[in-house]
Design a binder for this molecule. Sequence first.
Ligand code: MN
Length: 256
Amino acid sequence: MLILVTNDDGIESPGLMAIAQSLSGLGQVVVVAPDRERSAVGHSLTLHSPLRAEEIRSGQFAVDGTPTDCVNLGIHGLLSKRPSLVVSGINKGGNMGDDVTYSGTVSAAMEATMMGVPAFAISLESRSFKAEDFVIAARFAAELAEIVLQRGLPADTFLNVNVPAAAPSGVRLTRQGRRRYGDVVVEKIDPRGRKYYWLGAGEPDFQDIEGTDFHAVHRGFISITPLHLDLTNNRSFQILTTWGLEGRLPASFIEN
Ligand code: MN
C-alpha cells in the first residue's frame, strides 16, 4: 500500500510531518511536496520551466513547483507504483467556502482525483501551528484514510476536511460555505517612493449558514465536504435557456 502525501506549506511544515507520521501506520508513505511555501497558488501547473525534485530524506522529495506539480510528478514520475491514496495537508489554516478555489492544498487533492486516485485535503483551522497543534488532525487523517482505502470514494469525488483547533465535538458532513470578503487592499509607499499593494489584509469573515463547512468548524466539529471537479451550475440552465443563445448566429458572422 503506497500513500502519497503533499501540501502547499512546504516540505518542512510541521503539519506535513505530523500527517506523514500518522499515515505511516497504514502503509508506505512517500512525501512529494513543494520545497517552499506555495499557499494560495490554486491549481497552478508549471508548464514553461523545468521541474527539479530532490530526495532530501528517504522517501521525501522536495520539488521546486506547486502542489499540483507535486501530485502530477509524484504519480507519473517519482513513485515506483501508483499510490492507493493521496493526502494533502495538514494545512496551516482552514480551507473552507470560496477559499477552496485559491487553495493549493485542496487543488492537490483535485489533481489526484483527475488522475483517478482517491484523495482528501485536510486543514487545521487554528491560529497556532506548532507540532503539537496538529496531533488531533493527524490522528483523524489516519482514521479517515483507513476508511477511504477500504471503501473507496464515490466517482469524481474528493474530500475537503477541516479540523477545529480544540478537541472536536464530532464529525459533520457539510457543503461548501460562503466567505464574506472585506475588500481590503492596503496601499503603501516603498522606500524608493513607488506604490505597492497588499491583498487579503482584512480580517476574514464568513456567512454562518447551517450545514456548511464554516458553520460546523466554528462549532467545534470536524467538517468533511465532498467536492467534485464539475463546476457547472445546473440550476442556471433554467434561466439561460430563455436567453435564446442556442441557435443564434453571432452578429459578426452575419456582417462578414
Ligand atoms: Mn497553506
